[in-house]
Design a binder for this molecule. Structure first.
Ligand SMILES: NC(=O)c1ccc[n+]([C@@H]2O[C@H](COP(=O)([O-])OP(=O)(O)OC[C@H]3O[C@@H](n4cnc5c(N)ncnc54)[C@H](OP(=O)(O)O)[C@@H]3O)[C@@H](O)[C@H]2O)c1
Length: 289
């Protein structure tokens, strides 16, 4: 098993112009909480609005989503996928195999299918879509909506290098795009897919305590969010190990070591690890279903 994930957030040298994606045709079936941010990312990457066809559960819903996103509503699923280079499946996991089976007849030859569904394996998608169909699974997280997310891509057996490169180009603006194996997706969910919710919870707790300590809520929010962002950016930009960064601000007997000791006594480290392990385990169970 390959246990390394290749990070190709932006594989281009700095002086290489961004790839022209204006000719790429995409059908998005299911523009909801995750399909919507994916659509925005595709448009930001240079996909033309008339080349991004949206299909939701009803014509009314398709029109509403397309208008909100600045894309085009398709009258039918068959119309949306006609001539598409990429078909993105953004429906709920329990719907995905029925949808894949219905799509089989309409899928243009050479089209790449991208599934956003958690838990539905490449083997099941490939079996349902038919032999030779190129399928990639994507595991995004919600911060892609602000260009600071993470997307793990899992490559199916019929996917050509150029098709995977196209996905990297389309999602380069979403944050970090990495190639992962299906075995790694469970850890990816713990470390990225479900992680925003864990961080939101920690930020909420820190903000509430800052208010209890006497700060106004808007000031508390600003300080906590800026500090969380700043700490992450510092590690990213300097490459310093978190333990080294932590030790460098811990003077003997000072305020920070007192706080750190309390953090360890309260089991915060173990709690975070347990949350990540529970999410990964749940993902593993889902993919058995
Ligand atoms: N939310 C996340 O954080 C997250 C993270 C990673 C992966 N995912 C994956 O993203 C996928 C979508 O989840 P979500 O949270 O975005 O769900 P959601 O908000 O409920 O969106 C589902 C979308 O599918 C559309 N839809 C339902 N039935 C359809 C049909 N028969 N034909 C065409 N479109 C149909 C819905 O349209 P209507 O609005 O008209 O019903 C809606 O736009 C799931 O597979 C999930 O595993 C989500």
């Amino acid at each position: 098993m390959d246990d390394t994930a290749a990070t190709t957030a932006d594989p281009r040298p700095a002086d290489t112009p961004a790839r022209d994606l204006s000719a790429v045709r995409i059908a998005l079936i299911g523009a909801g909480n995750m399909g919507g941010p994916v659509a925005r990312t595709l448009l930001d990457a240079g996909v033309r609005p008339e080349h991004l066809q949206i299909v939701n559960s009803s014509p009314e819903s398709s029109r509403r989503a397309a208008e909100e996103l600045g894309a085009t509503a398709a009258d039918s699923r068959a119309e949306a996928v006609q001539g598409a280079d990429l078909v993105v499946l953004g429906v709920k996991p329990y719907q995905i195999l029925d949808l894949a089976s219905e799509l089989r007849a309409d899928l243009p030859s050479g089209a790449l299918v991208l599934s956003l569904a958690a838990g539905t394996t490449l083997a099941r998608l490939e079996e349902t879509l038919g032999e030779g169909v190129a399928v990639v699974r994507a595991m995004p997280n919600t911060p892609i909506s602000v260009g600071e997310g993470a997307i793990g891509l899992m490559r199916g057996s019929a996917v050509e290098d150029a098709q995977l490169e196209l996905l990297h180009s389309l999602f380069a603006g979403a944050g970090v795009v990495v190639d992962i194996t299906e075995e790694q997706v469970h850890a990816f969910i713990g470390a990225a897919g479900s992680m925003p919710a864990f961080v939101f919870t920690l930020i909420e707790a820190m903000t509430d305590e800052a208010v209890r300590l006497g700060l106004k809520r808007d000031l508390a929010s600003t300080l906590v969010q800026q500090t969380v962002r700043g700490a992450a950016t510092m590690l990213q930009e300097t490459g310093v190990h978190p333990a080294v960064a932590k030790n460098s601000v811990s003077s003997p007997g000072g305020t920070t070591v007192q706080g750190l000791a309390a953090l360890e006594r309260e089991g915060v480290r173990a709690g975070v690890a347990a949350a990540m392990a529970a999410a990964a385990e749940s993902s593993r169970e889902l993919s058995k279903g």
